[in-house]
Ligand binder design. Sequence first.
Ligand code: GLN
Length: 265
Amino acid sequence: MTVAEWIPIATARLEQAGIASPRLEAQLLASHVLLVDRTYILTHPEVELNELAAETLIQRRESQEPLAYILGFREFYGRRFRVDPSVLIPRQETELLIEEALKLPETLRVLDIGTGSGCIAITLKLERPDWDVWAVDISGAALQVARENAETLGAEITFRHSDLFSGLEGEKFDLILSNPPYIGVEEPLPEEVRNHEPATALFADNHGLDIYQQLAATHRDYLTEEGTIILEIGQTQGAAVAQLFNGQILKDLSGNDRVVVACLI
Ligand code: GLN
């Protein structure tokens, strides 16, 4: 079957499965089978597709497996990060943390807590090569993905296997960032997220506030005197987290509360 024949069939099936951008995803799946980019698919409709390989991929997507895990990557801040089911798929909203961090002028010692794919730490190191960037995660499997991404993208990061600050005794940072797990176990979530992304990256106790509470109790020991902390939050958590850190709430492009920024002084 040619690409031109397969795309409409695949699009209809993905639409039927409730996928929001079925045509785009069909093109991306075809490009993954052929190991080419999407432009090639659009300009070479006559190319033959390995139907068996394409069928396997479309069935995975029909069963709500996230596209990023099927393709094995997701773009973040203009770069391609390898992902697998041991890490959270980077979200566009998280780019707001990067934008806030990049407003800080001096050479900084930076810590990314719960680095997952490494998207925050690696992006900051590549945008500000003079910064000394550290990244920790409680998951060894996630750290492995982050290390690989750092190597592929050419970012020099100090990685530590650590439950929040547990492995960082005596270290101080000018800037601490985190996109911690912040979803309450009781919250409704798309099947695609709940059944496929790592639970440790998604969920926290106390209606999703537990990690913020733990960080609020300990972060002062790890921040320099005028240090800053930048946290991603769930859209209903602004008031609670801003109060915990005596911080300021920032909104994302959709107008939802998304980030809390706080300074020690
Ligand atoms: N820091 C990673 C990200 O923002 C992972 C976050 C997480 O696993 N909660 O995508």
